[in-house]
Design a protein around this ligand. Sequence first.
Ligand SMILES: Nc1ncnc2c1ncn2[C@@H]1O[C@H](COP(=O)(O)OP(=O)(O)O)[C@@H](O)[C@H]1O
Ligand SMILES: [Mg+2]
Length: 250
Amino acid sequence: MTLLKTENLTKAFGALTAVNGVTLEVQAGSLHSIIGPNGAGKTTLFNLLTGQMEPTSGRILFEGRDITGTPANRIAHLGIARSFQRTNVFPALSLLDNVWVAAFARGRSWRGFAWQQADRYPEVTERALASLRDVGLEGKANQLAREISHGEQRQLELAIALAAAPRLLLLDEPAAGLSPDETLRMVALVRGLKGRYTIVLIEHKMDIIMGVSDRVSVMHFGSLIAEGTPAEIQRNADVRRAYLGGVAVG
Ligand SMILES: Nc1ncnc2c1ncn2[C@@H]1O[C@H](COP(=O)(O)OP(=O)(O)O)[C@@H](O)[C@H]1O
Ligand SMILES: [Mg+2]
């Protein structure tokens, strides 16, 4: 079943077409990676999917419904959650509070919200803790986000996205800026989420997505130039030549 579909999705910034006629189908339950060099248009594609930007033309269908032009706050309520390429957590809040806000925002209206009464929402707290558990940070729930390592902050950001109980999880370079060890840990976490969520994973490093992806789409100068299984993409001469600049991918 197709969960997400784009049809000829296009975003122009003046003379620059950052996303150019992208037609993409993401199957429910799959992990679909989008790779391509810096500037290919990957983050802009996410900005369109999450309503942060309106497309110049084209359509976005989620669960068969046309959601093109739906604002970001409504997109979140439809069950699409994203993580950002740059870490995006509240440094002065505890880890639990960071995920708690996301868990709460998903389920309810903010009317009547009282910070001091967080303990009156046990089911929200339970979902928040479960999200921290999913990324291995449960033991640090009461530490402040600024006190944990950069790698752990990226894991926290993943937990924030999970706390919203998404049907579609969009991850924008979750391993950006991480050390090799932290990268391995992040890849393992994402692999652990496979099957539980439909995931679209943006990466520019080929090796990261090869072991985890069901499908890979390759983006270059705003357009999709190839799509297939990781093995097919690895073999694809155009992809190797045009994108990877001769970097060994096997
Ligand atoms: N808000 C914006 N205004 C103008 N140009 C932008 C904006 N956002 C992105 N771009 C440009 O669009 C192109 C694609 O950027 P981006 O989507 O961030 O690529 P990627 O995530 O693949 O590295 C780049 O040339 C970038 O400079
Ligand atoms: Mg980007």
